[in-house]
Design a protein around this ligand. Structure first.
Ligand SMILES: Cc1cc2nc3c(=O)[nH]c(=O)nc-3n(C[C@H](O)[C@H](O)[C@H](O)COP(=O)(O)OP(=O)(O)OC[C@H]3O[C@@H](n4cnc5c(N)ncnc54)[C@H](O)[C@@H]3O)c2cc1C
Length: 669
């Protein structure tokens, strides 16, 4: 097949990321004669170290990365005049091929909201649970009701757990008497429970130490199927229509790796269905370039209006995250040498990875909690700014957490100016920010930057949530055994006479029973200003083609049909979820496969509504609650870390095959 030849397929996916790989992979496996095409802007990921070795995820975050696309927001006073930059995956597998591999699942009520509040029959938690289980093989514990044990993607603790996670849990057990502990913090109704003994998952195969991603385990594994085709290095420009019916896609060559590539548009046709799967930035842009969006916006860009759908590009959501760094003593196991680059250590780690062990088979985020306020102190800290949000959103949804926080065994930031030493960070994520943004095309050119308003911190409730998180996590950090003071450039600038003043010249933690720091009003302002300066994306964009009623600015219905069209589907969450978003993207991919198979009369392994009732899940949940390990309890040796390595380097491997000027099209082989 040649790129230049107009071709016809049964189904074409515009965007070859997480959800697309899952849906296309399922449909292809059950219907091998079905001609499926995925068109992806980025390049292949098959067996590339940069993708299959989990610990290399930092490498993708470099500003020079070609495996991410960087979306630059408009400067905002809420961010102290900064332009927030939000990257998304740009390669086969999309975000799932570059992400931090954190295994995190929403609360059950998030999906129930999709069904009940946004009127999407079939999208509630009980409907989705069988599909969620179908995706995974959970290697952490047997016989857990919400987990799957025969799916394509493996979930394990990875090949190495650092001692930073242990420290965090020991301090939490000794100081936070208001929250419980559990063996499974990802069981959907869990909230306010620390996972004991670092039992938290990663999307890593515990046997091989490899990233467990849909590109490899839904698509690249179907080598024999010549009807499953991926074209890479191509930008989908717009949908082709005959009347209301979508009949294909128009595309041009991507310019990132081939800046001189010919820009003549080409067409490819789909006899049965076109699916847009470009993620929260890509899909609304393709729709708008196709004349589907707000009529006012389309008129401004001289694009003929096909369907006036004002919801396209609105409802942009993400999570706000901060990685606040602390200095660590030499005994701490951290990824800093790996991030800085050290040839010897990389070689050592690469050797260990062959046995499925070491930092390259890990992600350095080894503990954490989904948390909501319970004490008077919590509510006082959140204050009146949060009261409305609490009453409206959280009070009657006990499974919804306000924040996730946990330690990260590295400094995520500027290692060039930071002193060469070890660090750990306290990461905290605002799981349901109030402020909602938008992303629209700024021109018809598919390579042009978008008109993007992230809207981070535009609402006071989001600021106080982060302030609470900073104080709470700092109290844990300063009690951790390896703590040696704050890394000053990335902390609030408290005044010199403040009790809360950050110190970089400290050699040991405070006692477990030391009093908490007292913050004045002026200190609170310093924390808010710090967040305006340093808050960043969690890489969890969603919402911009929402699945909800058309008259509520919805873009697709519950069968994933784009309003006002036929033969055109896409799926983007209508509202935020209380966790990292990969799990939801996988679930959406599985559900999309079911819907497409039903609508087109195709084969697919059947799964029904979950037979596990909500009551039994909650009961199973409460049986899981285990007492907090006392700070005198020694954690089992095998949980304390498998190998001790001092440092590793990251260097992205580049496969000439895909960076040359060869045609960017292969049949999956
Ligand atoms: C750096 C990073 C770290 C993350 N860490 C985690 C984590 O640890 N845990 C977790 O749960 N989640 C994490 N996520 C989020 C998770 O990976 C995403 O939620 C998920 O990948 C979204 O899936 P998707 O199918 O909607 O979009 P994507 O996976 O982003 O796929 C969209 C694809 O479409 C392509 N595309 C877009 N427009 C076009 C076009 N016009 N033409 C052709 N192709 C196009 C893109 O190149 C991309 O490959 C992270 C994401 C990133 C980016």
């Amino acid at each position: 097949m040649m790129n230049t030849t107009p071709a016809e397929f049964d189904i074409i996916f515009g965007g070859g990321g997480t959800a697309a790989c899952v849906a296309a992979g399922r449909l292809a496996a059950a219907n091998p004669t079905l001609r499926i095409l995925l068109i992806e802007a980025g390049e292949h990921t098959k067996n590339e170290d940069a993708h299959v070795q989990p610990g290399r995820y930092f490498g993708h975050l470099s500003p020079a990365s070609t495996t991410l696309k960087f979306h630059v927001g408009k400067p905002s006073p809420s961010l102290a005049g900064r332009s927030l930059v939000i990257p998304t995956g740009r390669c086969v597998g999309g975000g799932s091929s570059v992400n931090f591999l954190m295994y995190a699942r929403p609360s059950a009520s998030d999906y129930d909201d999709w069904e009940n509040q946004y009127n999407n029959p079939g999208w509630g938690f009980q409907h989705l649970l069988p599909l969620i289980r179908k995706t995974e093989t959970y290697q952490l514990q047997p016989d857990q009701p919400t987990h799957g044990y025969s799916g394509p993607l493996k979930v394990s603790r990875g090949g190495h757990v650092t001692n930073i996670g242990d420290q965090f849990l020991e301090v939490a057990a000794a100081t936070d008497h208001d929250r419980l502990h559990t063996e499974d913090a990802q069981a959907y109704y869990e909230c306010n429970k620390y996972a004991v003994f670092n039992i938290i998952g990663r999307w890593i195969d515990g046997e091989t130490g490899k990233r467990s991603d849909p590109a490899h385990y839904y698509i690249y594994n179907q080598e024999a199927n010549e009807n499953l085709v991926i074209w890479t290095g191509l930008q989908v420009k717009r949908v082709l229509f005959e009347g209301e019916k979508a009949v294909g896609l128009e595309y041009v060559q991507d310019l990132v790796l081939r800046p001189d590539a010919d820009q003549t548009p080409k067409q490819v046709y789909a006899s049965r269905l076109v699916v847009l799967s470009g993620g929260a930035f890509g899909s609304p842009a393709i729709l708008e370039r196709s004349g589907i969006g707000s009529a006012e916006l389309l008129n401004r860009h001289d694009i003929p209006v096909k369907v006036d759908l004002p919801g396209v590009g609105k409802n942009f959501q993400d999570h706000n995250i901060c990685f606040v760094p602390y200095q660590a003593s030499d005994e701490a196991e951290t990824f800093d040498a790996l991030i800085r680059g050290d040839i010897d250590e990389t070689t050592k780690a690469s050797e260990l990875w062959k046995e499925g062990k070491g930092l390259l088979a890990a992600n350095g985020m080894d503990a954490g909690i989904k948390i909501r306020p319970v004490t008077d102190w919590d509510f006082a800290e959140l204050g009146p700014e949060f009261e409305g949000r609490w009453n409206k959103y959280f009070a009657n949804a006990p499974d919804k957490s306000v924040l996730w926080f946990g330690p990260a065994s590295f400094l995520l930031g500027d290692h060039i100016s930071a002193p060469v030493r070890k660090y750990f960070s306290m990461a905290y994520v605002n799981l349901y920010p109030v402020a909602v943004g938008s992303v629209h095309i700024a021109s018809e050119d598919p390579h042009a930057p978008s008109d993007f308003i992230p809207a981070f911190l535009n609402d006071a409730a989001d600021l106080v949530t982060l302030r609470w998180a900073y104080k709470k996590t700092r109290e844990i950090a300063r009690r951790m055994k390896y703590y040696q003071g704050e890394h000053l450039p990335i902390h609030p600038k408290f005044s010199a006479n403040s009790e809360a003043l950050c110190r970089g010249d400290i050699s040991q933690p405070v006692e477990m029973d030391a009093p908490n720091l007292h913050y004045t009003e002026e200190d609170d302002k310093a924390i808010d200003e710090f967040h305006r300066q340093f808050i960043q994306t969690s890489w969890h964009s969603l919402g911009t083609c929402a699945m909800k009623p058309r008259d509520e600015e919805g873009v697709v219905d519950a069968r994933l049909n784009v309003y006002g069209t036929t033969n055109l589907k896409l799926s983007i969450a209508p509202a935020n979820v209380g966790s990292n978003t990969y799990s939801s993207a996988l679930t959406i991919g599985e559900k999309a496969a079911v819907i497409i198979a039903e609508d087109l009369g195709l084969q697919l392994e059947a799964v029904g509504v979950s037979e596990i009732s909500e009551q039994s899940l909650k009961a199973a949940d409460s049986e899981d609650v285990v007492p907090a390990p006392s700070n005198k309890t020694k954690l089992p040796d095998d949980f304390a870390g498998l190998e001790r390595i001092e440092g590793l380097t990251i260097s992205s491997t580049v496969n000439d095959e895909y960076t040359s000027s060869k045609p960017a099209m292969i049949t999956v082989k």
